[in-house]
Ligand binder design. Structure first.
Ligand SMILES: [Zn+2]
Ligand SMILES: [Zn+2]
Length: 88
C-alpha cells in the first residue's frame, strides 16, 4: 500500500481507497484505469511518473458526478498523472 495524491484536492490518500476521504474523488476508478492501461503506458510529460491512466468517457462521467466539474476538468484531456495531477 502506498499513498497517492488525490487528483482533485491534492491530499495524500491510500491507493487502496475507494474514494478520497477528503473530497470523495473516485480513487478506485483511477486505479483500475491505470491497471487496465496498454503496453504503450503513458508517461507523465510533467513529472515522468508512470502512475498514469487513460481518462475514459465513463470515468469523466463518474468524476463529474463525484466532484461536480468533471467535464470541465477533463475536457480535451486524454491522460491523467496520479502523482502530480497533470492532465494532458
Ligand atoms: Zn480528494
Ligand atoms: Zn506527473
Amino acid at each position: 500500500m502506498s499513498l497517492i495524491k488525490c487528483p482533485d484536492c491534492g491530499h495524500e490518500v491510500s491507493d487502496q481507497a475507494t474514494a478520497c476521504v477528503y473530497c470523495g474523488f473516485p480513487i478506485a476508478r483511477l486505479r483500475s484505469a491505470a491497471i487496465r492501461s496498454d503496453p504503450n503506458h503513458p508517461v507523465c510529460p510533467k513529472c515522468g511518473g508512470t502512475y498514469t491512466g487513460r481518462i475514459s468517457l465513463a470515468y469523466k462521467v463518474a468524476a463529474h458526478r463525484a466532484i461536480g466539474n468533471g467535464r470541465k476538468t477533463f475536457a480535451g484531456k486524454e491522460y491523467q498523472c496520479l502523482q502530480c495531477k497533470h492532465k494532458w
